[in-house]
Design a protein around this ligand. Structure first.
Ligand code: FE
Length: 177
């Protein structure tokens, strides 16, 4: 979704109205990343939602905000690619590490890592922006495969959700590049 707001620049800044190069994909602005409209939040498990910001189908990554209103173990998973995380609210940690990601923290999760996401009991709401490349492979405690997620499963889930809440299945397309 291009930001097509018409602005009047001072005369000496007029040259900044440079068009995109041919074949470039449209830019993307999500003005309300922490959407108040509940329809923007896709339920992925009881009391766990994600808010799509960007689905990149050519580089195989997605950017979203995870919202969690439950505590304890969320999932055990393995990453095939890197993850960048920025904590907007609350805090969480991985059972496998001795650090805690608190509000304002940035974390980098490395490809190949298996970890178990845990939200402490005194955190009523956790919000974290995740930039996820590749696949989440979900595992149980014995290391057995439970399922996987990637940009394509996220798009499908979001599309179904938007259709169900009346925004339409195609609403998801605004996030795809
Ligand atoms: Fe992870």
């Amino acid at each position: 979704m291009s930001n097509s707001t018409t602005r009047t620049h001072p005369a000496h800044l007029q040259g900044f109205a440079t068009p995109l190069p041919p074949f470039a994909v449209p830019d993307l602005l999500v003005p309300n990343a922490l959407a108040e409209d509940e329809r923007e939040w896709v339920l992925q498990a009881p009391n766990v939602w994600f808010r799509p910001l960007m689905f990149n189908v050519t580089q195989g990554y997605f950017v979203n905000i995870l919202r969690v209103r439950k505590t304890g173990v969320l999932s055990r998973h393995r990453h095939s690619g890197p993850v960048h995380a920025y904590v907007l609210k609350g805090r969480w940690y991985y059972l496998e590490h001795d650090w805690t990601a608190t509000e304002g923290a940035y974390a980098h999760e490395v490809p190949g890592e298996v970890h178990t996401l845990y939200v402490p009991e005194d955190v009523p709401e956790m919000l974290t922006l995740f930039h996820v490349t590749g696949t989440y492979t979900y595992l149980d405690e014995q290391g057995q495969l439970l399922g996987y997620e990637d940009v394509f499963t996220k798009i499908e889930a979001a599309s179904k959700h938007y259709e169900a809440v009346g925004l339409g299945a195609d609403y998801v397309k605004r996030f795809i590049r």
